[in-house]
Design a protein around this ligand. Sequence first.
Ligand code: EPU
Length: 415
Amino acid sequence: MKTIVINGGKKLRGEVVISGAKNAALPILAAGLLCAGKHRISNVPRLADVTTFGRILQNMGTSFERQDHDIIIDSTGLANPEAPYDLVRTMRASVLVLGPLVARMGKARVSLPGGCAIGARPINLHLMGLEKLGATVEIEHGYVVASAKKLRGAHIYFDTITVTGTENIMMAATLAEGETTIENAAREPEIADLANALIRMGAKIEGAGTDVIKIQGVTSLQPMDYIVMPDRIETGTFVIAAAITNGSILIKNCFPGHLDAVLAKVKEAGAEVVITGNTIHVIGKSQIRPVNIKTLEYPGFPTDMQAQIMSLMTLADGTSVINETIFENRFTHVAELRRMGADIEAEGRTAIVKGVQKLSAAPVMATDLRASASLILAGLAAEGQTVISRIYHLDRGYENIEQKLSAMGADIKRV
Ligand code: EPU
């Protein structure tokens, strides 16, 4: 089994270029199912999740070809509107094929994703939305079986804000008859990026990025040529890498405006942040101040950055309180950070982090994607050699992370 080995204590210095956003690329690939023809989607990160998504599309009869950071897909041959359990269980985002399949083929059979390391993560709201659009939805033998002769626009209210739920319904509604309104929609930048891709395909969408999205159904769409936005969570992870190593990193090709909440907290913790166009220069300081964090939907502090900022807080000069409001079980990194000498008490959705003078390297285990990132960050700052196992989680969401970190002076390698 592969591990990542880090000899900690090096200050990071240099530049890093941010990759395309995983959580924008996946729904945009799903949107490729909405019409026949060749789509070119650029700036797609090289990640295990993208490869898995490619397999799901190929299994349905769609061609999927990678040319460096471009993906060319053509769903002209779409014949089998099914996402099997074997593929879906490794990646929840597979559920994003549901809306496009029902809209284009009038039917879909998609495995229920089941729970995962961070919570139960039901998809009831995706299904409610499809039913409102006129689909019949049944659960049969662990699969969602949905069908509709013709989807019809509807008024859909989400009582919990859901990112992929909003995306699924937005995609389905593009080909529905009449107007759909999604209320209490997710406002994440990835929603707006998907909407821009759909608009490029000829969809009529207003309000993506706000909590009310209106979609006027069209009769057909055409293939897109689209460049995926930069990954804001990868960006945030490098912001913390600079702060936790007392280093100085110039982060290039990012959208700083997507990170207001993260940058505000990192500045409160004492780091210097200079934004110029599409770059962020982060200069760490030897003293890290404690800050309280509450994860929220965008534009609040992202749950996908909670584990990483917790690593930073383990070294703060005082106590921080971290409240996770999005997922019920997203503290699996706590036990691992404690093995490295962190002083953290977690109960329910709250963690109390008392800063320590130093972390000491230890063998640790990655438990999910963002937890893996938090362990890398802790390892960069710790004294001694940290060995992280189960790093396949990391490959789902961070492109070339060891290369990017070692180019800035980190002693990190995959063994
Ligand atoms: N929820 C429901 N019912 C639903 C859908 C969601 O109760 O039908 C609940 C969830 O259980 C959760 C909350 O709503 O408590 C928010 O979940 P959401 O649906 O927004 O999450 P998601 O769409 O499954 C996406 C990202 C996650 C990210 C979350 C929150 C993708 C592919 N995934 O998941 O990314 O944490 O939004 O921002 O976009 C990651 O990249 O590491 C990752 C987990």
